[in-house]
Each structure stands twice: as C-alpha cells, then as structure tokens.
Design a protein around this ligand. Structure first.
Ligand SMILES: NC(=O)c1ccc[n+]([C@@H]2O[C@H](COP(=O)([O-])OP(=O)(O)OC[C@H]3O[C@@H](n4cnc5c(N)ncnc54)[C@H](OP(=O)(O)O)[C@@H]3O)[C@@H](O)[C@H]2O)c1
Length: 266
C-alpha cells in the first residue's frame, strides 16, 4: 500500500512499538504525527522521522487528558487538513496484585490505556465521518484476550479496547471507516522493564521485537484486517480459549500457579 499523502496520527511514539511504527510508516512515505509526554524523547523520534518524511511532526500530549488531546487533534487538522489513520498505541502496564493496587493507580491506567484511545477517537472521528474514509487501529494485547494474575487492571483496559474496537467496527464500516485491533504477546520494550524483575519470565520464543509488531500493524492496515494476535503460539492459545473456555481456564490456572508459586504477589 502506498502511504504517500496519508496523514497518520500515532500516540506514544517516544519509545518502543509506537516509535518503531512511526519510523516504518514515515519510511513508506506517510506524514506521521506522533505524541507522547517526554519532549526530549519525542525530539529524538522526530529527527528519525524527518530523514524520510520531512513533513512529519510531534506534539507533547498526555492522552489521559481530554483537553490536551482535543488541542493536539485541532492542531493536526489545521496543519494537515485531515487524519487518514489513527493509531492508539500509548499505554503502560504494571505487575501488581489487585488487592495491593491503589485506586488512583487503577484509575490512571484506565485513563491512559482506555480513555486515552476514546478521547483520540472522539476528536478524530468527525473529520473521518465527513470524508467517509479512515482507519482507526487500537493496540490492545494478548492480555486483552486472556486474563493473567497480577495484571487485572491492565487486562481490563485491554479487554475494553477489544470491545470498543469490535463495536466500532460494525458502527463505522457503513461510513467507510475501518477499525482494527492488534493484540501482541510480550514485546521487548521499555514497558516490560517496569515488571521484568517481578513477573515470571516469558519463554524466549514468545517474545516479540517492536519491528515484528510494527510489521503486523502495517499489514493489518494494508489488508484491512479486524484483529491480529501475535505471535502464532499465543494466537493458537486464544483460539483454544474461544473453543473451550472452561478447559482453557483450568489448564492455564495449573500452569500459571506452578510458575507463580516461587514468587510472592507484589
Ligand atoms: N511491551 C509489551 O510487552 C506489550 C505487549 C502487548 C501490548 N503492548 C502495548 O503496546 C503499547 C506500547 O507499549 P510499548 O511496549 O512500546 O511500551 P513503551 O516503550 O513504554 O512505550 C509506551 C509509549 O506510550 C507513551 N505514553 C505512555 N503514557 C502516555 C500518556 N499518558 N500520554 C501519551 N503518551 C503516553 C510513552 O511516551 P511518554 O512516556 O513520553 O509519554 C511511550 O512513547 C502499549 O499500549 C502497551 O500496552 C505492549
């Protein structure tokens, strides 16, 4: 697919998956507008983007703040006149037992991971509806398909993103707007450093590189796929959960319990 003349808004481009995706889409000719909270790291991303896409831009914006999202989207629309593709990627996770999770931590995660996407969609959507075209892509997780211990709040936000995406898929399709959701398993980024020492290590063959997720996102846009789960082994696990949810829960309980047994819940 030719991304020339396409304006792509990506949240969370100052590191990890969002940064890789921004660089890859800019390399394919898109005008990429990215956001994040860290001005310094955004500038590093921008220098990379401008090597291949001189019109690309970045904005400091905290997606958990509706006013900031509204201001950013207005600036992008007045500068470029349209947003063809919106990628809701900004998010964070914590490895913490639910009983020990303070309410403000849970609320903060909901505001960034779920409401952040809602705010962006609400602000971008009217311009997509007006031109009867567009693509909205949400980065969920395998944790949005399979509940895992000590990640209840994170899983809840990622399950919510899948529900939002599926409803919007049906609602927006008649208006020429496509919706996708990508569910990666563990990815080697800064995100995981927050709980690498606490959570049981994922087997090496399940761990993805940001490049692989970026590749899957671009393919989902090109092929207008609704849902992509990667890597294949975790896609198969999700498939079996769909077929036999009770058996899946029983087996995963035994497997997770034996891996958690040597670690105390944080
Ligand atoms: N890594 C994994 O194992 C994994 C697996 C499945 C899904 N995911 C999902 O993939 C997405 C990207 O994660 P990653 O692995 O690339 O992590 P990362 O390297 O920590 O990147 C997260 C990005 O989100 C931005 N961000 C966080 N809070 C924000 C806020 N309130 N407003 C604006 N930007 C914000 C960060 O920028 P600033 O700090 O500058 O704000 C950063 O650019 C997340 O939604 C995550 O849930 C990750």
């Amino acid at each position: 697919m030719d991304f020339k003349d396409q304006v792509v808004l990506i949240t969370g481009v100052s590191s990890g998956i969002g940064q890789r995706l921004a660089i890859d889409l800019a390399g394919r000719g898109a005008t990429v507008v990215g956001c994040g909270r860290s001005q310094e790291r955004l500038q590093e991303t921008l220098s990379e983007l401008r090597r291949t896409s001189p019109s690309s831009a970045v904005h400091v914006c905290d997606v958990s703040n509706h006013g900031q999202v509204k201001g950013m989207v207005q600036k992008v629309l007045s500068q470029f006149g349209k947003i063809d593709i919106l990628i809701n990627n900004a998010g964070f996770g914590l490895y913490q037992s639910f009983v020990n999770s303070p309410l403000d931590t849970i609320e903060g995660m909901v505001r960034t991971n779920f409401l952040g996407a809602v705010y962006c969609i609400k602000e971008v959507l009217p311009s997509m509806v007006e031109k009867q075209s567009g693509h909205i892509l949400n980065i969920s997780s395998v944790a949005g398909k399979i509940g895992t211990p000590n990640m209840a709040s994170y899983c809840a936000t990622k399950f919510a993103l899948i529900g939002l995406s599926e409803s919007l898929y049906h609602e927006l399709r008649p208006m020429g707007i496509h919706v996708s959701v990508i569910c990666p398993g563990p990815v080697r980024t800064k995100f995981r450093l927050l709980f690498d020492d606490l959570a049981p290590a994922a087997p090496g063959f399940l761990i993805l590189k940001a490049e692989e997720v970026s590749h899957a996102v671009i393919r989902a846009i090109e092929r207008k796929k609704f849902e992509v789960v990667i890597p294949l082994w975790l896609a198969l696990a999700c498939f079996f959960k769909g077929l036999m949810p009770n058996l899946f829960r029983l087996v995963s309980y035994q497997a997770l319990r034996s891996r958690l047994v040597s670690r105390r819940s944080p």
